[in-house]
Write a protein that binds this ligand. Structure first.
Ligand code: GDL
Length: 451
């Protein structure tokens, strides 16, 4: 028997400013060309989707959503509407179920067929009423989900039903007291037609392959639907991700019910995220991240027109992508120079060290890149890059100057910053905390002996 259609595309599922309806229309006009079939509407900070999920949409919002649904369907794409009542829902409460169904019905009236119930990032404890009625979180959630899905099976029998569980990656399942039991129980309660989201071994998974999904598939009684956070940037204000889809094995698609990317918040910065996922799905066996990145950048290039008629050079665009690559590393060229800088810092200062010139060269290139970006004709594109590019310019300069100073004056010499007003550099609450804590590169904290 043929399984359900493989879902591919984009989930707007991040925290922070949701995309505008105009941006979504732009997105939808391109998804089909990428070969995707699905757009999931799930912005965490659409206030009526999550925090105030009981509130109905007003006329204006319904009009905008209706147009979006229509555009989606005209383009042959699925529009999945998500609702996230988990912050304060009472799972067994008939009134809450009625609110939930009422809210979803508002969307069904616009022509929506596909619905997701998202229960990620919510309390894992039941309230007092639910504790009396249910033995476990899975029992409570399974009850609510199936009540909603049963309604959908009646009125939208052809629609897809998606569920985002509260435990949605291996780390959570392993660390939670009843993590795997939760998944098994939930899997047993949900109809076989329900697709269940999973983000991999981690919330942001460096690698995902079929073998790593074997236990969750077994626990849920179905292959998961991959919610891929590879390019999500909402958890780190200091980066965006312009590197290629990677770390996913060729056997992955066949082990899932679909792959959806939850990408960078700034809409304009997702060309690489979309184009490289599309390239992977077109040919998982032949997929090469570096060449997929090259193709994506070649396509994106025309967006980088500058005032005065020039365009960012191919090298400049590569540098941009390499600076803001993937969560674990910069692109190969930039990473090699950073590794050299690290090695130079661990060795005796040496004015003849060729590595210093390369670090200095990088700082100069980044400076020039920033100046060129500032001339972008597409101002929105520039504004979305401004913060991270400014920081890269400044930090690469500090690194080079520090290394050069050290080579000239010795490792013990203090490196003053003549260009810097005291107490205006890396300030603010988060920076103050970072300075206070013995933070390592991997985010762990050293335990210092008391002095
Ligand atoms: C999450 C959130 C998601 C967020 C992402 C990256 C899921 C299922 N939920 O945990 O909304 O964008 O991390 O920060 O991934």
């Amino acid at each position: 028997m043929e399984g359900p259609e493989f879902l591919s595309g984009v989930i707007e599922g991040f925290y922070g400013r949701p995309w505008s309806f105009e941006q979504r229309a732009t997105l939808l006009s391109r998804l089909r060309a990428f070969g995707f079939n699905t757009y999931v509407y799930a912005p965490k900070d659409d206030i009526k989707l999550r925090a105030h999920w009981r509130e109905s949409y007003g006329e204006r919002e319904l009009g905008q959503l209706a147009a979006l649904v229509q555009t989606c369907h005209d383009a042959g794409l699925r529009f999945v509407y998500s609702i996230s009542p988990g912050l304060d829902v009472s799972y067994g409460d008939a009134a809450d179920l009625a609110w939930l169904i009422g809210k979803v019905d508002q969307l069904l009236a616009l022509g929506v067929h596909d619905v997701a119930l998202l229960l990620d990032d919510i309390p894992d404890e039941l309230g007092a009423d639910d504790r009396k009625r249910f033995d476990s979180l899975a029992a409570a959630q399974g009850h609510l989900a199936e009540a909603l899905f049963e309604h959908l099976r009646e009125v939208r029998p052809e629609g897809r039903k998606l569920l985002g569980p509260t435990i949605y990656c291996r780390r959570m399942a392993d660390q939670h007291r009843v993590g795997w039991e939760y998944l098994r129980e939930l899997g047993g309660l949900l109809g076989a037609d329900v697709d269940v989201f999973w983000t991999g071994d981690e919330v942001v998974s460096e690698s995902v392959d079929a073998a790593s999904l074997a236990d969750v598939s077994e626990a849920l009684g179905r292959p998961p639907l991959l919610w891929d956070n590879l390019h999500a940037d909402d958890y780190d204000l200091r980066s965006v991700y312009l590197g290629p889809y990677s770390g996913r094995s060729a056997d992955l698609p066949a082990a899932t019910r679909g792959i959806l990317t939850n990408p960078n918040g700034p809409f304009q910065l997702n060309e690489v995220a979309f184009a490289t996922l599309a390239a992977f799905l077109r040919d998982p066996d032949g997929y090469r991240p570096e060449s997929a990145l090259g193709n994506a950048l070649a396509h994106w290039h025309s967006s980088f027109g500058l005032l005065g008629g020039d365009v960012l050079s191919t090298d400049e665009l590569w540098l941009l992508a390499e600076l803001f690559y993937l969560p674990w590393r910069c692109g190969p060229g930039v990473q090699a120079i950073l590794d050299e800088a690290q090695a130079a810092l661990s060795s005796a200062p040496d004015a003849g060290d060729g590595r210093l010139a390369r670090v200095d060269g990088l700082a100069k290139d980044v400076h020039r890149l920033f100046e060129r970006l500032a001339q972008l004709r597409d101002r929105e594109l520039f504004y979305s890059l401004h913060g991270v590019a400014l920081e890269a310019r400044r930090e690469s300069r500090v690194l080079a100057d520090y290394l050069l100073h050290r080579a000239e004056h010795g490792a013990e010499a203090r490196f003053g910053r003549p260009d810097q007003l005291p107490n205006t550099y890396r300030r603010g609450f988060a920076a103050a905390v970072h300075h206070m804590l013995p933070l390592s590169a991997d985010g762990s904290l050293a335990v210092r002996a008391a002095t």
